[in-house]
Design a protein around this ligand. Structure first.
Ligand SMILES: Cc1cc2nc3c(=O)[nH]c(=O)nc-3n(C[C@H](O)[C@H](O)[C@H](O)COP(=O)(O)OP(=O)(O)OC[C@H]3O[C@@H](n4cnc5c(N)ncnc54)[C@H](O)[C@@H]3O)c2cc1C
Ligand SMILES: NC(=O)C1=CN([C@@H]2O[C@H](COP(=O)(O)OP(=O)(O)OC[C@H]3O[C@@H](n4cnc5c(N)ncnc54)[C@H](O)[C@@H]3O)[C@@H](O)[C@H]2O)C=CC1
Length: 443
């Protein structure tokens, strides 16, 4: 019987385990260095910002669920080394016991590691990342302290903006830094982030964009941060300047992508046919780019885990690829995007055009109504859609971005959306939907 060892049991590893256990009688061993698994870090800001009552709901499964399906689960066990020739995994438990597991198939689901700004003073206390549950706990506890008044968040990407909101909701003075000149620069064009930045500033968050941190100062705990533009008193620093794939175990054995992620095909198979890689440690196939790339998202982790698991049990399933669809909701202002923005498309040498619309969600006669902004990004020559961004105070826009995700996957052109059948009911939208209108206006 095939024996699969899965290293890392967060979203990607769990999805792979489920796919194998639900579709076969195969032997599965799951190895995880943490005590808990399935932590939805996506809910951290809601938890520490006290928008939800408890952290408990952020764990969606536990070891017993997998043991009940027949898996052997080893938590608090760190994999130190893999012998890819002999097909043996070497690990150490938190008690210092050495354990080995042989395998027929191996799934690497070791995720990602937050990038550390390489500046002096980074070892001081009260400087943290926000990735694991334990870091969320630490931040939550520090927010309770009255003497933690000034919180600096470094990086105005997804984690940074969400944590800035959470800190503000806990009545802290919040300073948000980014090397670039606006928030969320990887996901949205300035037409959208200008509104988000106004939203953040209106809620009292101090924005320090285009400002690189040069040093953290303090005796034991961090007390100041120094940038090229000034020096600021801080009691807590949250670093959120992006992730790198965690490739420690197999970087010398497997083919890697430019950023170090394990290079996989559309079966999630690496350059070693018995080794699969899933989630944040692996590449994905981008339908917008029509090429392999790297996008760290829980949604990608789940899907890539499923694909690997199904292939291991013998169903030759191909990944449909991804669009990197994502969303953010800050102080009631929602933004969603899929594929590439105009600015990010340029970085990947995609020659694009775009069409914009700003409209109300529903007909003007409706009493409750919201403004909606939409940008559709399409390839200049083929006119296939390669991205869309939307923002509004209504969360109703989220379903529209799913449609754009499908459109990108299936290479729909912008012109095909002009007369697309989108239903009309005043409670939801206008007789001629803003998606149709934007598409018809495309040059
Ligand atoms: C604060 C925050 C908010 C986020 N919000 C969203 C969101 O809203 N939407 C979204 O789609 N994504 C979000 N993400 C990204 C998402 O959490 C990641 O893409 C996702 O966790 C990737 O899952 P993974 O299983 O591939 O890797 P990880 O979650 O990184 O898990 C890897 C696991 O491998 C284990 N491991 C690593 N090395 C070893 C070893 N040598 N031995 C044993 N175990 C090992 C680790 O302990 C870990 O449990 C967020 C991330 C953060 C930090
Ligand atoms: N809602 C969602 O879908 C969420 C997704 N995630 C995912 O988790 C991953 C990690 O998130 P983030 O860490 O927020 O990464 P990110 O890539 O979203 O943002 C990093 C930010 O840091 C900035 N930066 C880089 N180096 C810097 C430096 N030296 N000094 C100051 N700023 C610097 C960048 O300009 C960028 O704005 C991402 O892949 C993200 O998509 C995280 C949270 C929520």
């Amino acid at each position: 019987m095939t024996k699969t060892v899965i290293i890392g049991t967060n979203h990607a590893g769990l999805a792979a385990a489920n796919a194998i256990l639900d579709n076969s009688e195969q032997e599965v061993v799951m190895i995880e260095r943490n005590e808990n698994f399935s932590y939805l870090s996506c809910g951290t800001a809601l938890w520490v910002g006290q928008q939800i009552d408890s952290v408990d709901g952020l764990f969606y499964t536990n070891r017993e669920d997998f043991e009940a399906k027949g898996a052997k689960v080893r938590t608090q066990t760190n994999v130190d080394n893999i012998d890819f020739e002999a097909k043996i995994v070497y690990a150490t438990t938190s008690q210092g016991e050495n354990v080995t597991e042989d395998y027929d198939k191996l799934v690497l689901a070791t995720g990602s590691i937050p990038i550390s700004p390489k500046v002096p003073g980074r070892e001081l206390e009260n400087i943290t990342f926000m990735k694991h549950y334990e870091e969320g706990q630490k931040i939550d506890q520090l927010f309770e302290h009255k003497d933690i008044e000034n919180v600096a968040v470094i990086g105005a990407g997804y984690i940074g903006v969400e944590m800035a909101e959470a800190a503000k909701r806990r009545d802290k003075n919040v300073l948000l830094f980014d090397a670039l000149d606006r928030s969320l620069p990887s996901y949205y064009d300035a037409w959208f982030t200008d509104d988000m930045d106004k939203n953040l500033a209106n809620h009292g968050i101090e924005l320090h964009y285009g400002e690189l941190v040069k040093e953290y100062k303090g005796t034991n705990k961090v007390e100041q941060i120094v940038t090229e533009k000034g020096e600021y008193e801080v009691d807590l620093v949250i670093n959120a300047i992006g992730f790198l794939p965690n490739n420690q175990l197999a970087k010398d054995h497997l083919e890697l992508f430019t950023n170090g992620a394990y290079l996989v095909d559309r079966h999630q198979q690496t350059s070693d046919p018995d080794v699969y890689a899933v989630g944040d440690c692996a590449t994905v196939y981008s339908n917008a780019l029509q090429a392999t790339t790297y996008i760290a998202l829980a949604s990608n982790a789940l899907r890539t885990g499923m694909v690997a698991g199904e292939n291991i049990v013998g169903n030759a399933v191909e990944s449909p690829g991804v669009q990197g669809s994502n969303g953010i909701s800050i102080f009631g202002y929602h933004m969603v995007s899929t594929g590439y923005s105009v600015e990010s498309a340029a970085k990947f040498d995609l020659n694009v055009k775009y069409t914009d619309i700003e409209d109300t969600q529903k007909p003007e006669f409706m009493k409750e109504n919201d403004n909606v902004k939409l940008r559709i990004v399409y390839e200049a020559t083929s006119r296939r859609i390669v991205g869309a961004q939307m923002s509004s105070t209504t969360s109703d826009i989220s379903m529209a971005i799913h449609m754009f995700s499908l459109a990108i996957e299936h290479q729909v052109t912008v012109d095909e959306l002009g007369k697309l059948d989108l239903f009309f009911l005043p409670h939801f939208n206008q007789p001629y939907n803003y998606i149709n209108k934007a598409a018809l206006a495309a040059e």
